[in-house]
Write a protein that binds this ligand. Structure first.
Ligand code: NDP
Length: 314
């Protein structure tokens, strides 16, 4: 029965980053009449970055929030039904899949694309929040270029931190890598590469006390966790690489995920272990995490959904 609190749709897309909007563009053009719920942060992680210079097609670069407005406009122009609302619960036990929006309305979907993204973890320091976008960033690949030839710091000791430190070492003069324990979580090979880079200095047992600067980053105050000694490093940028959390909580226990909560897709596709449920973008990708790769997987999810829905009809 359909009433104000429930609605049947052919294809539901949850999430409004590059993956979700691209899925909506493709699905609308294929006449699947997609309904997309944007979530709490319409536009996703790109709305908290500044300039995006590595998305093909924007020859002069573009501000992240503006780019996501373009994505949304394009999806709407193709006829996608874009709505503001947050998926708060899910029942994937049988098709149609039931997704609760804002704790009240239930959408029954024949096919579902999960493109809820991931969120960067932060240290939760007041100075980190205040200077976010003014030298504080959770994405070296996005923002490293703006600090060409300058000294920068990065916090974290995982593969991402190593990869980003190496990336930064090719652009910046010195990279100060702050690791909280006396060892890294990163794979040996990544650590060896960091060791070999002549302009990366690793600080062990080090915690960040404060990021310095009023309107832009001017340095970082650190403390050695063993000696409790504090010191200052003058840097122009501070990168946070302490991991991401996939936004997959409402699907826990219902769909196959890895131990960190990333939804598992079947190699070379966006199919999950549940027929009719597809995953695209950062919620299923902990390796690449780029706007362009997310958009690519969004188009794959729409094509996979189209195939699924037409096979179901036949
Ligand atoms: P990880 O969870 O692997 O590492 C997070 C790092 O940040 C750890 O060193 C952790 O320290 C540190 N950390 C966490 N919280 C804090 C904090 N509050 N203050 C200071 N440091 C903190 O995340 P990654 O993003 O590095 O990697 C995620 C997954 O993706 C991993 O499985 C990784 O292997 C994979 N990956 C693989 C790549 C590749 O193969 N090329 C590239 C990128 C990612 P501690 O160890 O003390 O907890």
């Amino acid at each position: 029965m359909e009433n104000n609190h429930s609605e049947k749709v052919q294809l539901l897309i949850i999430g409004s980053g590059p993956a979700g909007y691209t899925a909506a563009i493709y699905a609308a053009r294929a006449n699947l009449k997609p309904v997309l719920y944007q979530g709490i942060q319409p536009g996703g992680q790109l709305t908290i970055t500044t300039e995006v210079e590595n998305y093909p097609g924007y020859a002069d670069g573009i501000q992240g929030p503006e780019m996501m407005v373009d994505f949304e406009k394009q999806a709407k122009r193709m006829g996608a039904d874009i709505r503001f609302g947050m998926a708060t619960a899910a029942d994937l036990s049988a098709s149609p899949f039931k997704i609760t929006i804002d704790d009240e309305k239930i959408i029954e979907a024949e096919a579902l694309i999960i493109s809820t993204g991931a969120s960067a973890k932060w240290l939760h320091l007041e100075s980190e929040q205040r200077l976010n976008g003014y030298g504080v960033s959770a994405c070296a690949v996005c923002d490293g270029f703006f600090f060409k030839g300058q000294e920068v710091a990065i916090v974290g000791g995982g593969d991402t931190a190593c990869e980003e430190a190496l990336y930064l070492s090719k652009i910046c003069s010195t990279v100060h890598m702050l690791v909280r324990r006396d060892e890294m979580r990163a794979s040996k090979i990544m650590q060896q590469r960091v060791d070999k880079a002549s302009n990366i200095t690793v600080y062990w047992n080090t915690e960040v006390v404060e990021i310095l600067g009023k309107e832009k980053v001017e340095g970082v105050k650190i403390r050695n966790r063993k000696s409790h000694e504090e010191s200052l490093i003058p840097v122009k940028a501070f990168f946070v690489a302490i991991g991401h959390t996939p936004n997959s909580d409402i699907f826990k226990g219902q769909i196959t995920m890895d131990e960190q909560g990333y939804i598992k897709t079947i190699n070379g596709s966006t199919r999950t272990n549940i027929e009719g449920v597809f995953a695209a973008g950062d919620v299923q990708d902990k390796t690449y995490r780029q706007a362009v790769t997310a958009a690519g997987s969004g188009s794959m999810a729409a094509l996979d959904s189209e195939r699924y829905l037409s096979a179901k009809e036949a």
